[in-house]
Design a protein around this ligand. Structure first.
Ligand SMILES: [Zn+2]
Length: 104
């Protein structure tokens, strides 16, 4: 009777080990969680790459700029764009590059 108890507890112990060891050793390879949309409040904002056209008032004149391959988070439900600091920096750098090219 005692041996049966020992064997069964050993089996339980080993099965618990086999269950928990992979969870500690293998890093989780899940994609980063989606962010919440500020317009529709759904968890559907994901990174995207688009061509973005905007107008900037410069020296009393409106000028068109096209930013190619702009990396911007977009809601896949309502299409709202999230203008983060990183997006602003990309737009600013590209507009500056286009202005300096046009001057030359
Ligand atoms: Zn949305």
């Amino acid at each position: 009777m005692e041996t049966l108890f020992l064997v069964s507890s050993l089996v339980i112990f080993i099965s618990l080990l086999l269950y928990f060891i992979p969870r500690f050793c293998v890093p989780e390879l899940e994609p980063p969680p989606l962010k919440r949309c500020r317009a529709c409040h759904a968890l559907t904002v994901e990174p995207a790459v688009i061509d973005y056209t905007l107008q900037i008032l410069k020296g009393g004149k409106l000028k068109w700029y096209t930013i190619k391959n702009l990396k911007i988070p977009i809601c896949r439900d309502c299409g709202a764009k999230s203008f983060t600091i990183d997006v602003d920096n990309q737009i600013e750098a590209e507009c500056l590059r286009q202005r300096t090219q046009n001057v030359k």
